[in-house]
Ligand binder design. Structure first.
Ligand SMILES: Cc1ncc(C[n+]2csc(CCOP(=O)(O)OP(=O)(O)O)c2C)c(N)n1
Ligand SMILES: [Mg+2]
Length: 796
C-alpha cells in the first residue's frame, strides 16, 4: 500500500487514503449485505447466528463497480458533473446499494435505513431477504435506470439517456461476459449517433475481470492489442487500467479518468464552440482487474479471487465448514470497519465528504428518476390530420402515412424541448411514416455521400438496423424523462421480446415505488403486417407480439388494432399522451378502405369496441354477430356481411369492431375490460359470433373464455399459413376470407341449417375460382380486388 506514495498523479496522499478508505467501506458494506443479518460492525466475533440462512448475491463484479463509484464521486465534485452510472452486470447490486448508502441518498429515500448501527443492520438484512430488496441494481436502487438482470442492454441504455442531455455524462460499465451478447456487441456503434454538440457523453468501461459465471470471457483471452484494435475499430479511443492493488491503482485511475474527462470536455468544446462536425473518437476504458477483487484468494485450496469462482458467494459453506466462517470474518475485518464507522455506526465524516452533495450524488441525479423531469408532450390536434370520409369504404388510404403526418406535427411542436424521438430499424419510410423525417432528418454522425437523403447530425429520427438498439435507446430515453415512438415490422419486433419483458418489469415495479415518478409510455407501431407481405412472404409473417405482450401485467400493457386511419390517429394521440404503459399499435400501411369519421373514431376508440350501426341490420336483436379486429379482418368481415345478405336478405347481422383487445377481458383481468352487462349487450349470450382476428385466433378465446357466450365464439385468424401470394389468397390460406366467414355464419345460425350444404358447395366453388384465377393471373379476382362496401350503405 505504501507504494502508492511513490506514484505520481492527481491525488494528494491524503485524498488517496480517504478514497481508498471509502472504497473499503463500500466493499465492507457489500460483503455485509451478502452475508450478515446481525453484528454489522463486527463488534463481537462473528457467529453463525449473525449469518443469513440463505447466501444470495454476487460478489465478483461488485468491487470493480465500487472502485469506479468512488472515482466518479471525486470527478463529480471536482468538475461539478451531472453523472449517471449504468451498471451492465446488475448483479453487482450490493455495491450500488452500499454506495448510495454511503453518500446518504439511500437513507433519504428510505429513512428506516438510518445512518447508524440499526440502519446498517437493516441495510444488511433487507438484501436478498424475503420482501426486502432484490440482489440486483433494481428499480428500488436509487440512481438506477438499469436493472441489468438480463445482460446486454447497458450501453444502449446509456446512449439513450445521453441523447439530448448535453450536460449529462453517463458512465457505463459493460461486463466482459455481457459484451458477448448480441445487443451489447452492436451497441458500441451508438457512437455514430451521438452528437457532441447536442447530446451528452457516454463513458464506456469494459469491466475486464476475465470471467463470467463459469467460464473465461472472450475479450479477456484475446491479445490486449487486438482488444484495443477492436475498440478503435468501433471508433473509440481506448484507455487501459490494469492491476490488482487498489491502493496503487487509485492514482493511475485518477490520472486516466482526468485525461478521459478532459478528452470529453475537449470534444464537446470543439463541437459546441468551434462548430466541429467530424465524428470524434470518444474515450473508453478497459479495466482489467480481478474478479472478486480484495475477496478471499483461496477457498478450500482452490483459487477464488481473480477467477470465475468469485462470481457469486465465494464462501458458500459457512454453516458446514467452520473455517469458512473464520475466513468470512477475516475478509470483512480486512476492510478495517473500525476505521470507517464510529461506534454508533456513522460513516466517518471525513470519508463521507468525498461524496458529492444533493442532486449531484449519483443516487439522487434527477435523470435517474425520469418522471421528475418529464414534461408533457405537445400533441397537435389530430383532427387536423384526419381523413375526410366521403362515403364509407369508397376510397383507399395508407393509414400509417396519415399517422406520419401527425408524428411530423408532434416532432415539430416539440422541437424546442428536444424531448421526442422516433426510432426505427431502417423502416420509418417503409412503414409510410416518412413525413416525420421532414424538417428534422435522420441522426447520422458517420460519413455521408451525395446519394444520401435526409441524414443529419441533428436528426431526431434515429434509424439503425438493430431492433435491440432501437428498443434500448428508446428505453434509456424514456427512463430519463423524455418521449418516443418505435415503428417496426410486425414479424421482427419479436427480436426484442426479451427486452420488452424487462421494461415491463421495470414499469410494474416502479408503480409500487412512490419516489419513482411515472415516465412516458413506450409506444410501438407495428406495420408491414402479416396479411400484406406480398413480396416477402412467410418469413415476414408473425403477429405473435400481441400474444407476447398480453402476458404482461394488465397495469402496464395496452394493445390497439385500429381498423383505419382516423381510429389510428385517435389511438396514437391517446398513446403519445399516456404515462407508464407499453402501448402496442398494430396498423397496416397498404392502401385500405376508410370507415369512420373522426367523431366516430374517437367514440369508438373511447369504448375500445362497439357495434358499427351503419354496417348492421339487426334491429337490436342479431341472429349473428360478425366481429372483427384489425384492418384486413375488418374488410373481410364487411365483405362477408354483403355476401350473407345477398344469400339471406333478411338475416339480422350485427357488426362489432374491436380496437382495444383488452376490452374483451373481464374487468377483473384488465382495467379496460368491459363490464359483463355491457359485453352481453354487444355480444348477446345466445347469439353466435364469427370473429375475424388479425393475429393468432386462440388469443381471442383466451381473452373471452370467462364471458357468457364464450361457447358461441368462433374465431378465425392467422394460423401460420403463408407464402408469397396475393393479399386475398393469404386470407384464404388462413380461412379468414369473406367466403369462409360467411359460411361460418350460415353454419352457426340455427334457422339457416337447411342452407348449409348448398352453402358448402357455394364456398368450394368460390374458392376454386379464386385459386384458379390467382394461379393463372398472379393477382386477385377483380371482384375481390376492387370490392367496395355498397355505396347505398356508405353514407355518413
Ligand atoms: C442475457 C443473459 N444471459 C445469461 C445470464 C446469466 N448470467 C448472469 S451473470 C452472468 C455472467 C456475467 O459475466 P460478466 O458480464 O463478465 O459479469 P461479471 O464478471 O462482472 O460478473 C451470466 C451468464 C443473464 N443474466 N443474462
Ligand atoms: Mg466478467
Amino acid at each position: 500500500m505504501n507504494e502508492a506514495t511513490t506514484i505520481q498523479g492527481p491525488l494528494s496522499q491524503e485524498l488517496l487514503d480517504r478514497m481508498n478508505a471509502y472504497l473499503r467501506a463500500a466493499n465492507y458494506l457489500s460483503v455485509g449485505q451478502i452475508y450478515l443479518k446481525d453484528n454489522p460492525l463486527l463488534e463481537r466475533p462473528l457467529t453463525l447466528d449473525d449469518v443469513k440462512p440463505r447466501l444470495l448475491g454476487h460478489w465478483g463484479t461488485t468491487p470493480g463497480l465500487n472502485f469506479l463509484y468512488v472515482h466518479w464521486n471525486r470527478l463529480i465534485r471536482e468538475r461539478g458533473l451531472s453523472m449517471l452510472y449504468v451498471i451492465g452486470p446488475g448483479h453487482g447490486g450490493p455495491g450500488l446499494v452500499a454506495n448510495t448508502y454511503l453518500e446518504g441518498s439511500y437513507s433519504e429515500i428510505y429513512p428506516h435505513i438510518e445512518q447508524n448501527k440499526d440502519g446498517l443492520k437493516r441495510l444488511f438484512r433487507q438484501f436478498s431477504w424475503p420482501y426486502g430488496i432484490p440482489s440486483h441494481v433494481a428499480p428500488e436502487t436509487p440512481g438506477s435506470i438499469h436493472e441489468g438482470g438480463e445482460l446486454g442492454y447497458s450501453l444502449v441504455h446509456a446512449y439513450g439517456a445521453a441523447f439530448d442531455n448535453p450536460d449529462l455524462i453517463v458512465a457505463c460499465v459493460v461486463g466482459d461476459g455481457e459484451a458477448e451478447t448480441g445487443p451489447l456487441a452492436t451497441s458500441w456503434h451508438s457512437n455514430k449517433f451521438l452528437n457532441p454538440a447536442t447530446d451528452g457523453a457516454v463513458l464506456p468501461i469494459l469491466h475486464l475481470n476475465g470471467y463470467k459465471i463459469a467460464n473465461p470471457t472472450i475479450l479477456a483471452r484475446i491479445p490486449h492489442a487486438e482488444l484495443e484494435d477492436l475498440m478503435r475499430g468501433y471508433g473509440y479511443e481506448p484507455f487501459t487500467l490494469e492491476g490488482d492493488d487498489p491502493a496503487v491503482m487509485h492514482q493511475q485511475a485518477a490520472a486516466l479518468f482526468d485525461t478521459m474527462l478532459d478528452r470529453i470536455a475537449a470534444i464537446q468544446k470543439a463541437a459546441r464552440e468551434n462548430g466541429e462536425t467530424k465524428r470524434p473518437a470518444w474515450p473508453m476504458l478497459i479495466m482489467r482487474t480481478p474478479k472478486g477483487w480484495t475477496g478471499p484468494k483461496f477457498v478450500d485450496g482452490k483459487p477464488v479471487e481473480g477467477t470465475w469462482r468469485a462470481h457469486q458467494v465465494p464462501l458458500s459453506e459457512i454453516f458446514e465448514k467452520p473455517d469458512h466462517l473464520r475466513m468470512l470474518e477475516e475478509w470483512m475485518r480486512s476492510y478495517k470497519p473500525e476505521e470507517l464507522f464510529d461506534e454508533k455506526g456513522h460513516f466517518r465524516a471525513d470519508l463521507a465528504e468525498i461524496a458529492p452533495k444533493g442532486r449531484l450524488r449519483m443516487g439522487m441525479n434527477p435523470h435517474s428518476n425520469g418522471g421528475l423531469l418529464l414534461k408533457p408532450l405537445k400533441v397537435p390536434n389530430f383532427r387536423d390530420y384526419a381523413v375526410k370520409i366521403e362515403g364509407r369504404g369508397q376510397k383507399d388510404v395508407e393509414s400509417t402515412r396519415v399517422l406520419g403526418r401527425l408524428l411530423h406535427a408532434v416532432m415539430q411542436a416539440n422541437m424546442a424541448e428536444k424531448n421526442f424521438r422516433v426510432f426505427g430499424p431502417d423502416e420509418t419510410a417503409s412503414n409510410r411514416l416518412g413525413d416525420v423525417i421532414t424538417g428534422t432528418g435522420k441522426e447520422w454522425m458517420a460519413e455521408t455521400l451525395p446519394v444520401d437523403e435526409d441524414l443529419s447530425e441533428t436528426g431526431r429520427v434515429v434509424e439503425v438496423l438493430s431492433e435491440h438498439m432501437c428498443q434500448g435507446w428508446l428505453e434509456g430515453y424514456l427512463l430519463t424523462g423524455r418521449h418516443g415512438f418505435f415503428s417496426c415490422y410486425e414479424a421482427f419486433i419479436h427480436i426484442i421480446d426479451s427486452m420488452v419483458n424487462q421494461h415491463a418489469k421495470w414499469l410494474k415495479t416502479t408503480l409500487e415505488i412512490p419516489w419513482r415518478k411515472p415516465i412516458a409510455s413506450l409506444n410501438y407501431l407495428l406495420s408491414s403486417l402479416v396479411w400484406r407481405q406480398d413480396h416477402n412472404g412467410f418469413s415476414h409473417q408473425d403477429p405473435g407480439f400481441i400474444d407476447h405482450l398480453l402476458n404482461k401485467k394488465a397495469d402496464v400493457v395496452r394493445i390497439y388494432l385500429p381498423p383505419d386511419a382516423n381510429t389510428l390517429l385517435s389511438v396514437a394521440d391517446h398513446c403519445l399522451r399516456s404515462r407508464h404503459y407499453i402501448n402496442l399499435i398494430v396498423a397496416g400501411k397498404q392502401p385500405a378502405p376508410q370507415w369512420l369519421t373522426t367523431d366516430e373514431a374517437v367514440a369508438h376508440c373511447t369504448t375500445g369496441l362497439g357495434e358499427w350501426p351503419w354496417a348492421s341490420n339487426d334491429g337490436g336483436d342479431p341472429e349473428v354477430v360478425m366481429a372483427c379486429c384489425g384492418d384486413v379482418p375488418t374488410l373481410e368481415a364487411l365483405a362477408a356481411v354483403c355476401l350473407l345478405l345477398k344469400r339471406v336478405p333478411d338475416l339480422r347481422i350485427r357488426v362489432v369492431n374491436v380496437v382495444d383487445i383488452m376490452t374483451l377481458q373481464p374487468t377483473s383481468e384488465h382495467p379496460h375490460g368491459l363490464p359483463d352487462e355491457e359485453y352481453d349487450q354487444i355480444f348477446p349470450p345466445a347469439t353466435p359470433v364469427v370473429f375475424a382476428f388479425h393475429g393468432y385466433p386462440w388469443l381471442i378465446h383466451r381473452l373471452t373464455y370467462r364471458r357468457h357466450n364464450h361457447d358461441n365464439i368462433h374465431v378465425r385468424g392467422y394460423k401460420e399459413e403463408g407464402t408469397t401470394t396475393t393479399p386475398f389468397d393469404m386470407c384464404v390460406l388462413n380461412n379468414i376470407d369473406r367466403f369462409q366467414l360467411a359460411l361460418d355464419a350460415i353454419h352457426r345460425v340455427a334457422r339457416l341449417k337447411p342452407l348449409a350444404s348448398q352453402a358448402d358447395q357455394w364456398y368450394s366453388e368460390a374458392i376454386q375460382r379464386h385459386k384458379l384465377y390467382v394461379a393463372e393471373n398472379g393477382d386477385d379476382l377483380p371482384e375481390i380486388k376492387n370490392w367496395r362496401w355498397p355505396v347505398e350503405r356508405a353514407g355518413v
